[in-house]
Write a protein that binds this ligand. Structure first.
Ligand SMILES: Cc1cc2nc3c(=O)[nH]c(=O)nc-3n(C[C@H](O)[C@H](O)[C@H](O)COP(=O)(O)OP(=O)(O)OC[C@H]3O[C@@H](n4cnc5c(N)ncnc54)[C@H](O)[C@@H]3O)c2cc1C
Length: 411
């Protein structure tokens, strides 16, 4: 269920592994998705592994290359970290890609189709089918209102932030901060260069970056309470809100808005477990805390790889359990266990750990007060590179959390 990055990649890998895959999405592609549209550097090796011409298609589409990230505190103080640095962790390329989600998601979906997945667009899933305590399929509704039941040995819930699968499984949990995002495509934004920008304000933040073709994606994220308090539609006040950020003031021309402002949220939603008998959750459906660090697409693609690693051998054997135990993955992290029945070797519920490790080493809740509190220039360029590398998923979190680095950050 769901043809975004998580669903399309899972479908591609399962189809390539020999499974019969039916992918349902309520949207018709290409479709827009509220997002800052930046692929963190660790996403590139996954795209290379996927093959199927995906990376070549991205390179052939309108896109931008980002060489780092600039974080600007409310006072206007900025730190800029580069992906290529001398801190000892080298990304595959010194840049990451940024392109419209309409284009990126369609590239992945068509690659899944070429791999053999059957794609049905304009079909919304409403409910799950159960058989003796296990999930055994879905009930879907096409755009002309026809209801159909699709039986499946495994249902993969890749249906995003407000996942129907996660809700029907009763797994959804929420946690603060609960925020709403508004995203726009604007042309001719002044001062945009080869880095992404993150402007932290007193009551929210703005992420922006080029995505090719002269277009900049601008994402404004604010607390849900602030949106509720406003009588007027927040989208109408989008540009006025941007003017509150000192380093954004005067950079936008509202006539250059080339797509309607899209809204999404609230975030801070996660599933108690990523898998139950007959079903598992991948991407935002499993977990989405906040878009602050721009790691969601990486998590979606990596989660899809791990899901396929688990499901392909199980489907081939005709047995979906037992699944692999917790194993140490890239960078020594514990990876998504994706056990359909089992718990970790120590009997622990591994889902939170997995979900946390996949959802990024430096959650916004850690970075935000820090950036907010700083009133002077960030100490040392390499430190900024390290932080940006950690949020780009190619510097292990333990490097940033080492006492020597923390000491430098705090004093
Ligand atoms: C403001 C904002 C900025 C972000 N910026 C970045 C960024 O710069 N970089 C980054 O890596 N991540 C970013 N993210 C996160 C990123 O957008 C998500 O993590 C990513 O889209 C997750 O992919 P997914 O496939 O799990 O879900 P989605 O991309 O949401 O795809 C889910 C699909 O499921 C379909 N669907 C939903 N319900 C149903 C249903 N009932 N039946 C059938 N189909 C259904 C939808 O139509 C959709 O196509 C941002 C998110 C937000 C909100």
């Amino acid at each position: 269920m769901g043809g975004g990055p998580a669903g399309a990649t899972t479908a591609l890998l399962l189809a390539r592994g020999g499974a019969a895959v039916l992918l349902l999405d309520r949207a018709r592609f290409p479709r827009d998705k509220p997002c800052s549209e930046y692929l963190s550097p660790a996403t590139t090796p996954i795209l290379e592994r996927l093959g199927a011409g995906v990376l070549a298609a991205i390179e052939g589409a309108a896109h931008a290359k980002l060489y780092g990230m600039k974080v600007v505190a409310p006072s206007g103080v900025a730190m800029c970290g580069r992906f290529a640095s001398d801190h000892g962790h080298v990304p595959r390329r010194p840049y990451s890609f940024a392109l419209s989600r309409a284009r990126f998601d369609a590239i992945l979906l068509r690659a899944a189709e070429r791999a053999g997945a059957v794609i049905q667009e304009g079909v919304a899933v409403d409910d799950l089918v159960w058989d003796r305590g296990s999930v055994a399929g879905v009930v879907a509704r096409s755009c002309d209102g026809q209801r159909v039941t699709c039986n499946a040995r495994v249902v993969v819930g890749a249906d995003g932030l407000h996942s129907v699968v996660a809700r029907r499984l009763g797994l959804v949990r929420t946690s603060p901060p609960r925020r709403i995002a508004f995203t726009a495509h604007v042309t001719d934004v002044a001062g945009v260069d080869g880095v992404g920008e993150l402007h932290v304000g007193e009551r929210g933040y703005v992420g922006l970056g080029p995505i090719g073709g002269g277009v900049t994606t601008v994402a404004l994220v604010v607390p849900r309470a602030a949106v509720r308090r406003r009588r007027q539609d927040f989208r109408a006040g989008f540009f006025a809100e941007l003017e509150r950020y000192p380093a954004l003031s005067g950079r936008f021309e509202r006539r250059r808005l080339v797509r309607d402002v899209l809204a999404t949220g609230p975030f801070g939603q996660w599933a108690r477990r990523p898998a139950v008998d007959g079903a598992l959750l991948v991407g935002d459906a499993a977990d989405f805390f906040d878009p602050f660090t721009g790691q969601g697409i990486y998590s979606a693609l990596r989660g899809a790889e791990l899901a396929a690693d688990c499901l392909v051998p199980g489907l081939a054997r005709g047995v979906l359990t037992p699944c692999p135990p917790l194993r140490s993955g890239e960078g020594g992290r514990h990876e998504f266990p994706l056990s359909l029945r089992e718990r970790g070797p120590g009997g622990e519920d591994p889902s939170r750990e997995a979900v946390r490790s996949l959802s990024g080493p430096l959650p916004a809740t850690m970075l935000e007060p820090y950036v907010r509190a700083r009133r002077r220039e960030f100490a040392g360029k390499c430190l900024a590179d390290l932080l940006v590398g950690a949020t780009g998923n190619f510097v292990p979190a333990r490097r940033v959390l080492a006492p020597s680095v923390l000491a430098q950050l705090l004093w």
